[in-house]
Structure formats: C-alpha cells, structure tokens
Design a protein around this ligand. Structure first.
Ligand code: BJ8
Length: 430
C-alpha cells in the first residue's frame, strides 16, 4: 500500500470530506512551489519544513493517532495565551490549529456573518466542512476569551467538538488580572487532569517548562539572526518555521530549530545573506498569519524589500516573553507561567501600551526601515490599534503603511501597488 492510500484510509476513518480535502491538497503544493521554491534563491536548509508542508495532513496526523492509541489526549489551541507547558506536562499533546486559507469559508456561509475575521471563518469552516484532520483528532479544543468573534464562535464550535474556554483577563494593568489568570490556569489544570486521567506533578511540570522554553529559545536564535544585514534567512522562511512549530512535536522541533539556528550562525560568519546588503528592511506588525497565509510576505519580498521581523503571534509574540523557572512547589511554577503569558501584548487587552514599546524595540534592534501594520479584515482590536501606532511611529519619522486584507487573491494587484510605492519611499529616504 502506498503512503497516499494509507493516508486516505486514515482520513476516511477520521470522517474527512475526501472530495473537498482532495481539492485543498491539490492546490497547496503548487502555491507552495510558487511562493517558496521558485521565487527564492539561496535559502538555508529548509528540507524539514518544506517536507512538512508537502505532507501537511500525513505523517504528523499519523503520529498523533498513534499517540492516541497509547492513551494520550490531543488538545487543540488557537491562541498564544494557552500555556503549552500545562498541556504537555499532563501527558497530553498540544496542537496549535490554523485557519489561513479562504478555501474552507464555503462551510460557514449562512452560519457566520460575511464581515467577520477570515481567520475565524477559516478555522470554523475547517471543522464544519470536515476538511482538517487535526480538528478531527482532538479530544478537547481550548478556546479563550480574547476577541469578540472568537468568544462567540466557541458557542458554535461547542456543538461540534468538545470545548473548554479559558477566560483571559482584559485589563492586564489591574492587580487582580494576575490572580484571575492564575485561577484560570489552575482551572485548566483541573480540566486537563479530568480529560487525561493524570495528576499534575512538580517534576513533570518543571520538565515541560524547560522543554517548551528551549523550543522558544531556538526560535529566538533564528529570529535574532535576522538582525544582521543581509539577513541569513528570508521573512517567508522564518514565518514558515514558526507556523510549523505551532503544531509539531516540541522535542523534534528543538533539534530541527537548533540545526537551522546553527546554520544561520555560520551564514552570518561567512556573510551569506538571502538579499543584497542594504535591501530595505520591513517589520510586519499585527494579526497572526496561519498556514498557508504567506500573501503579504510574498508581496514584500518579491518587490525589492525583505521582512526581518514580525510583531505578531506567528512572530515575536509567540516566543519572545521569557519564562522564569523558579520555586519548589507547583504553585510557584504556575505563578511563573502566569507571569510569562501575561507579558504577551495582544490588542485584545486594554490598555495595551506595552505593544508600542515592543514595536519600538524591534525597530531599533532589527534596524527597520519601514513598518507595515497588518490587519486581517474585520479584526477590530488590531485595526483600531493600528491608527494609534501609526501616529506614534510618525512622531519618530518611521514610515508606516496600514494594510487590511483577507485571504483572497482579489486585492493582490492593489496591495502590490501600495507595497511597491511604500518600498520606493523607503529607498528614497535611505
Ligand atoms: S494573542 S492575536 S492568537 S487573540 S485576528 S481571531 S484577534 S478578530 S488571533 Fe489572536 Fe491570541 Fe491575540 Fe494572538 Fe480575533 Fe483579530 Fe481574528 Fe485574531
């Protein structure tokens, strides 16, 4: 039996809509080839990441199902505020779910409003349309109260899957926010203890805190390498790395990421870059970019500039907040986790002044020439915050472009024109 037919059996057992799923898998490799292989030169060794995309619903699903057979529970997440450390230390497997294509949106017509964030429509569409094997593997989906759109779709998704919602505080600057978040973390522990039949231990929690922090440390190394001019890795490839880390096995990722980070160090020593020195350097800041949303990076990097940093949840918000591991009790460790996660600055919080400081810091560290504030259409928290950030950056003479877009290709020509003009402006300023 070939691997493909094995996969078909596996997807069939999971109840996947095979016709629709075929349609999705038929287009993805071509898009990937176009965006990643044909249009990039001098990439570092990305074999692992390329092969994951080419087998996106194959080997990892097989691994998850094998772990399920052994009794492990598979837990889906949608937000960087849900601590992976807790999930893994209870012998469960965490999988960051994505929704980066408009392919699945047909499944939510008449169920969700058209003027809703494409990330939400895409994710819900994957579940309702039965097109995503990751969704179909889950024992539990953890949602969270961040934006209004997500809050309301958990109610819909709970009719289709086993759901649990973490209540995330909205005002981080209040003293009670930390107490609130800590209580939510403890409730999450209880929920996962019930689902898994395991009891949280100090040793396992500490061990997984170290593992997940090592994974984040390797991501930091890869991202930090892009401070160099020329950067040793493209923005598109760096984005792909974090998109895949979200749902891959953390232990394997530590090794794969380390190999890549080591190679990037070597490239820097040997002055090997992916673009010419002096190429305009762009920071993208805003909403996350789930696989296969490579649209804006591709436009920027095929029009004379390079993306060297992302202040997004598929960028620095995913890994830059450091985890302190200290104390002698489970309570101490949970406290460290609460501190680490509350340091992430998402626009769903009010106020969210620390995010502008994060952006200013990145502008300095990564020698940014221009900032693109990127919003998925109808994402109110990020769209509203974009204007405030634009004004603050203008005060410091940083060129800013605000882009609101979705997953369709309808606006590509228009975006290309705007990005080209922005890059031209930066070149003239240099
Ligand atoms: S921590 S950014 S992952 S909430 S883009 S669904 S906010 S309407 S994804 Fe997010 Fe957590 Fe914040 Fe990050 Fe809503 Fe906006 Fe859509 Fe969003």
């Amino acid at each position: 039996m070939t691997i493909v037919s094995n996969n078909y059996e596996m997807w069939k057992k999971l109840g996947i809509d095979l016709d629709k799923h075929d349609q999705l898998l038929n287009v993805l490799p071509n898009i990937f080839d176009e965006i990643y292989i044909k249009s990039q030169k001098n990439r570092p060794n990305m074999t692992f990441f390329d092969s994951v995309v080419k087998d996106i619903h194959g080997i990892r699903i097989k691994e998850l199902l094998e772990e399920k057979e052994k009794g492990k529970k598979i837990i889906g997440t949608f937000c960087v505020y849900v601590p992976d450390e807790i999930i893994f230390s209870l012998d469960c497997i965490g999988v960051g779910l994505c929704g980066g294509t408009d392919f699945s949106q047909y499944a939510v017509e008449g169920i969700l409003p058209a003027n809703l964030c494409p990330l939400i429509k895409s994710s819900v569409g994957f579940k309702l349309g039965k097109i995503c094997p990751y969704f179909e593997c889950l024992d539990l989906l953890i949602g969270e109260t961040t934006c209004d759109g997500k809050k309301k779709v958990w109610e819909i998704l709970s009719e289709y899957t086993n759901m649990y919602v973490m209540e995330i505080p909205q005002c981080k600057d209040r003293k009670q926010a930390k107490e609130h978040f800590l209580r939510e973390i403890k409730d999450l522990v209880k929920k996962l203890e019930t689902i898994s039949g395991n009891k949280l231990s100090f040793e396992k929690l500490k061990k997984w805190m170290e593992i997940i922090e090592q994974e984040r440390e390797q991501l930091r190394r890869i991202y930090n390498s892009r401070e160099n001019d020329p950067p040793p890795i493209s923005g598109k490839d760096a984005l792909l790395v974090s998109q895949i880390t979200f749902y891959d096995d953390p232990l394997r990722q530590i090794q794969v990421l380390k190999n890549l980070a080591d190679e990037l160090d070597e490239r820097i020593k040997n002055k090997v870059g992916v673009v010419e020195k002096g190429t305009p350097r762009i920071l993208i800041s805003g909403t996350p970019m789930a696989i296969p949303n490579w649209k804006l990076h591709h436009i920027v990097e095929t029009n004379g500039a390079v993306v060297v940093a992302e202040e997004t949840c598929t960028g620095t918000r995913y890994f830059s907040s450091k985890l302190k591991i200290q104390g002698n009790t489970i309570e101490d460790l949970l406290n460290c986790i609460a501190d680490r996660y509350l340091n992430i600055n998402c626009a769903c919080f009010t106020p969210n002044e620390a995010r502008i400081e994060d952006i200013k810091h990145l502008i300095k560290e990564y020698k940014i020439d221009g900032v693109i504030l990127y919003n998925l259409s109808f994402c109110q928290p990020y769209e509203i915050e974009a204007f405030k950030i634009q004004n603050k950056l203008k005060d410091e003479n940083i060129p800013v472009l605000i882009i609101s877009t979705d997953y369709s290709s309808d606006d590509i020509a228009q975006l290309k024109t705007r990005v080209e003009a922005f890059i031209e402006l930066i070149k003239n300023n240099k």
